[in-house]
Design a protein around this ligand. Structure first.
Ligand code: ASP
Ligand code: MG
Length: 595
C-alpha cells in the first residue's frame, strides 16, 4: 500500500463542485488501495479577499492577527472536503495545522516549519480514513497560529510527504505542469516532462509562479518526488525529481519577477563591517535581499545596490532610512518600477557564453539592463518593469525554450542524477532527527578556489547593449567568465565586475584597456582573488545565511568584493591571502548545518 499526498490549490477547490471533483481524485487513489493525505488551500481568491478586508481597516495590519485571519480560509476548505468525502461514502477527517502538530517558528506571515508530528495522521490513516490537512498554517511554541507565506500550501504538502515518507506528492493546480516560462506571458512556453530539484528551486525562487519555492527545498532535501498536474485534465504533468529534462541544454526555463524594487545606498564608507551592518539589519527585519552588488565609487567609498520584492519595499525603506546616517553613507535611492528576468539551467555549469547570449537577446530588443547577478545555474537581469515582458520573451526565444526535447535527449538524461539528492528515506530520516527545524539550511561543502582574478570596469554609460558589447569583447579572447555583477550607480553610470581564471588575466587586461578607450571608463584588476563557495540547499531564501557568511568573513577581516547567491550556492570573492582562513572560519560557523 502506497501513501500519496495530494495538494489542491485555491482554483481547484473554488466552489463545491470543484471540491467534489477533488474529493473524487482522492477516492480514486483510495480505491486503488493507497492511503491518501489531502492538503488544501483556501477556496478561490479567499485569501486575497481576507487581506482586502484587513486593509480596509488598516494600512499595515498586525501580523499576528493577519495570520489568525488568513488561516480561516483553509479551515473552511478542509471541513467542506471532509463533508464532501463522507457524502460520497468515504471516511475522512480534517485537521488544522495545529491539530496535526505543524510546529513553526514565530515569524508571522512567513513562518518556517520546525517539526511535524505524524502520529495523529497515521492513526487516522490506519483507521482507513482520508486525512485532510489545512495547508499554509501551523502554530508556534506559544500556540499562536502562524502562516507560511503566500502559496504556502505547497510547502505544507511536500513537508507532510517528507515527514510521512510518502511515495509521491501530487500537486493539483490550474495548469497542467511546469512550463519553460509562464504561458500566459509567453504563449510559446512549453510544458516540461521533468525538471530537476535544483532548477525548479531556482526558477520558483526567481518568480516562476507554479510552486512555492520552499516546497521544492523540502522536496530536494528529503528526496520527495513531486508531480505537478492539472485538476481539470488527465494530462501527464511534470515530475520534479533528481533528473533534468535534458543534459546538454544550458537553460531549462526563464522566470519573471515583476514586482521588484531596487535599493541603492551611495557613498558607504569602504571599511570592513559597514556594508555588513546594512545587511544584518535587513536580515533582522526578515527582508530577503537579492542581486547584491557592491562597487567602490570615490576613494574610500562604495555603493551598495540590492533588490527586494516590492512587498518588502516599505520595510526595506524604513531600514535603509534609519541606517544611512548611522553608517555615514551619503544618500540612497529606491526604484520601485523594476522587474527581474532570470534564466536557469544545470547545463550552465559546463557551458560558456550563456550570459552573453542573454545580454544579446535583451540588447537586440532595446532593453536596458539595470543590474546583473549570476550564480552557478542562474543569470538574472534587472530591467524596467515596462520592458519586463519583452525581455522575458527575448530570453525564452534566445534559448529556444519552445523546442521539445527529442526522445534520445529524454533518455540520455534519464539516469543523470544531477542534483545532490542521493537522499534515500534512510538519510532523510536521519536528517529530520538531526535538524533542529525541518526547514533549516543544509550545508554540503565549503570550498576555496584560489586561481581567480577579478576585473572591474567603472563608470560605463548605462545604455542598452552595454553588457553584450563588454562580454563579446571578453569572449573574443576565449576567456571563460565566471561570476558577473553589474550595478547602476548614480548619474546613469554602470559598473561591471566579473571573475576569470587567473591565467587569462593578461588577455582580459588588454580587452579592458580597449573598452576604457571606447567608453572613457576606468578599470581595476585583482590578480590575487579567491572564491569561497558554500554549497547546500535553501541558501538564498534563508535570509540570515548570507549575512552570517559576510559576518564571519568580516570578523576575520576578510574583505568581500563580489557576491553571488543562489539556492544551492553562495559564493564570494575575497583577497587570496584571506582565502584559507576565510574557509576555516566558514567551516566553523556552519558546522551545525553541515552533514
Ligand atoms: N491560501 C494561501 C494563499 O493564497 C495559501 C495557498 O494557497 O497556498 O496564499
Ligand atoms: Mg495558491
Amino acid at each position: 500500500m502506497a501513501l500519496i499526498v495530494q495538494k489542491f490549490g485555491g482554483t481547484s477547490v473554488a466552489d463545491t463542485q470543484k471540491i467534489l471533483a477533488a474529493a473524487r481524485k482522492a477516492i480514486r487513489e483510495r480505491r486503488a488501495g493507497n492511503q491518501v493525505v489531502m492538503v488544501v488551500s483556501a477556496m478561490g481568491k479567499q485569501t486575497d479577499h481576507l487581506i482586502e478586508l484587513a486593509h480596509e481597516l488598516s494600512e499595515h495590519p498586525n501580523t499576528r492577527e493577519m495570520d489568525m485571519l488568513l488561516s480561516t480560509g483553509e479551515q473552511v476548505t478542509i471541513a467542506l472536503m471532509a463533508i464532501a468525502l463522507e457524502s460520497l461514502g468515504y471516511k475522512a477527517v480534517s485537521f488544522t495545522g495545529a491539530q496535526i502538530g505543524i510546529r513553526t517558528d514565530a515569524t508571522y506571515s512567513r513562518a518556517r516549519i520546525r517539526s511535524i508530528s505524524t502520529d495523529r495522521m497515521k492513526r487516522a490513516l490506519d483507521e482507513g480514513k482520508i486525512v485532510i490537512a489545512a495547508g499554509f498554517q501551523g502554530i508556534d511554541d506559544d500556540f499562536n497560529i502562524t502562516t507560511l507565506g503566500r502559496g504556502g500550501s505547497d510547502t505544507t504538502a511536500v513537508a507532510l510527504a517528507a515527514a510521512l515518507q510518502a511515495d509521491r506528492c501530487d500537486i493539483y493546480t490550474d495548469v497542467d505542469g511546469v512550463y519553460t516560462t509562464d504561458p500566459r506571458v509567453v504563449p510559446e512556453a512549453r510544458r516540461v516532462e521533468r525538471i530537476s530539484y535544483d532548477e525548479m528551486l531556482e526558477l520558483a525562487s526567481m518568480g516562476a509562479g507554479v510552486m512555492h519555492s520552499r516546497s521544492i527545498e523540502f522536496a530536494k532535501k528529503f528526496g520527495v518526488l513531486v508531480h505537478v498536474r492539472s485538476s481539470f485534465s488527465d494530462n501527464p504533468g511534470t515530475v520534479i525529481g533528481p533528473n533534468p529534462e535534458r543534459v546538454d541544454a544550458p537553460v531549462c526555463g526563464a522566470a519573471l519577477a515583476k514586482d521588484e524594487t531596487r535599493v541603492s545606498v551611495y557613498g558607504v564608507p569602504d571599511k570592513p563591517g559597514v556594508a555588513m551592518k546594512l545587511f544584518s539589519r535587513l536580515a533582522d527585519a526578515k527582508i530577503p535581499t537579492d542581486m547584491i552588488a557592491q562597487s567602490s565609487s570615490a576613494a574610500g567609498k562604495t555603493d551598495v545596490s540590492f533588490t527586494v520584492q516590492s512587498d518588502d519595499a516599505y520595510k526595506a525603506k524604513e531600514v535603509v532610512e534609519n541606517i544611512v546616517g548611522e553608517i555615514g553613507a551619503e544618500s540612497y535611492d529606491i526604484d520601485e518600477k523594476v522587474a527581474k528576468v532570470s534564466v536557469v539551467g544545470l547545463g550552465m555549469l559546463h557551458q560558456t557564453g550563456v550570459a552573453q547570449k542573454l545580454f544579446h537577446a535583451l540588447s537586440e530588443c532595446g532593453v536596458n539592463i539595470i543590474m546583473i547577478a549570476t550564480s552557478d545555474i542562474k543569470i538574472s537581469a534587472l530591467v524596467n518593469r515596462d520592458d519586463a515582458v519583452k525581455a522575458l520573451r527575448a530570453a525564452h526565444s534566445a534559448f529556444q525554450l519552445d523546442v521539445e526535447p527529442t526522445k534520445e535527449e529524454l533518455e540520455a538524461s534519464n539516469g543523470v542524477n544531477a542534483t545532490v539528492a542521493n537522499f534515500d528515506h534512510g538519510v532523510s530520516a536521519r536528517l529530520i532527527s538531526h535538524l533542529a527545524g525541518m526547514e533549516d539550511v543544509v550545508v554540503e561543502s565549503i570550498d576555496l578556489d584560489e586561481g581567480q582574478a577579478r576585473v572591474t570596469l567603472y563608470s560605463l554609460p548605462d545604455v542598452p547593449g552595454l553588457a553584450a558589447t563588454v562580454f563579446d569583447r571578453v569572449a573574443e579572447g576565449h576567456v571563460i567568465v565566471d561570476m558577473i555583477v553589474q550595478s547602476s550607480g548614480r548619474d546613469n553610470l554602470a559598473n561591471i565586475t566579473f571573475t576569470i581564471p587567473r591565467d587569462e588575466l593578461e588577455a582580459v587586461v588588454a580587452v579592458a584597456d580597449r573598452l576604457c578607450e571606447t567608453y572613457g571608463c576606468n578599470s581595476e584588476f585583482d590578480a590575487r582573488a579567491a572564491k569561497l563557495t558554500v554549497r547546500g540547499s535553501g541558501l538564498r531564501s534563508h535570509t540570515g545565511l548570507a549575512f552570517r557568511m559576510f559576518r564571519t568573513l568580516g570578523e576575520g577581516n576578510v574583505n568581500v568584493s563580489v557576491i553571488s547567491l543562489s539556492e544551492r550556492c553562495a559564493a564570494v570573492i575575497v583577497d587570496e591571502a584571506h582565502g584559507k582562513s576565510g574557509r576555516e572560519n566558514l567551516i566553523k560557523e556552519f558546522s551545525e548545518e553541515t552533514f
